[in-house]
Design a binder for this molecule. Structure first.
Ligand code: FMN
Length: 191
């Protein structure tokens, strides 16, 4: 069982990315982390090639390798810092490029005609955001839209943590919630 964690913040000492790692570790499963900061992901151009050609995105960048990793993952953790009351631009760019994936012709909903084929359908997922003070509710909703509406994944936990100017490693209650979320993810995978 392989868990894939998307670390959406570009900051080296990112609280969001630390929580993604904690959840992955606590799942007790094999895991891989993808740091968006280390990958060039261009914006979706809306060319619709993916819709017409079985989910093939023609933009040649790091997303091509990430698509394959997403398809091979048994579970997903996605972490986004809250920027101006929603996910950061880098994470939104990653989300938009995911449209190609749900037109791949595999998975339990492969026969769906209008809404795409959703190869990640039914797999467990955890969403994570951190925020200085406020705005995390909308970020949580955007991540829910991505995991639940777009990919039809089963969200087993949602972390939306106001952290102020602190380091999450100094916030044991937040780390405990991340650990619990990871355990839930691991349990969902072993079912
Ligand atoms: C461009 C930008 C916009 C932000 N917008 C908000 C906001 O709307 N509300 C808020 O409370 N904090 C906001 N913040 C603070 C971040 O949400 C907060 O520092 C978050 O924990 C950063 O996550 P990271 O440590 O994973 O990078 C913003 C920070 C930046 C750089």
């Amino acid at each position: 069982m392989k868990v894939l964690g998307i670390c959406g913040s570009y900051r080296d000492e990112s609280n969001t990315n630390k929580l993604v790692k904690k959840v992955a570790e606590a799942s007790g499963c094999e895991y891989e982390l993808i740091y968006l900061a280390h990958n060039e992901i261009k914006p979706c151009t809306g060319c619709a090639n993916c819709m017409m050609n079985d989910g093939i995105c023609i933009i040649q960048d790091a997303m091509q390798e990430i698509y394959e990793k997403l398809l091979q993952a048994d579970a997903l953790i996605v972490g986004a810092p809250t920027y101006f009351l929603d996910v950061s631009g880098a994470v939104k760019c990653f989300i938009d490029r995911n449209m190609a994936l749900y037109y791949r012709g595999i998975g339990p909903d492969a026969e769906m005609e209008v809404l795409g084929k959703r190869p990640l359908s039914g797999k467990p997922a955890v969403s994570i955001t951190t925020v200085a003070g406020a705005g995390h509710e909308r970020t949580k909703e955007t991540l829910k839209m991505f995991l639940d509406y777009c990919h039809k994944m089963k969200i087993v936990a949602e972390l939306a943590e106001p952290v102020g100017m602190n380091d999450v490693y100094d916030m044991p209650e937040v780390m405990k919630r991340a650990e619990d979320a990871g355990r839930k993810l691991g349990a969902a995978l072993k079912k």
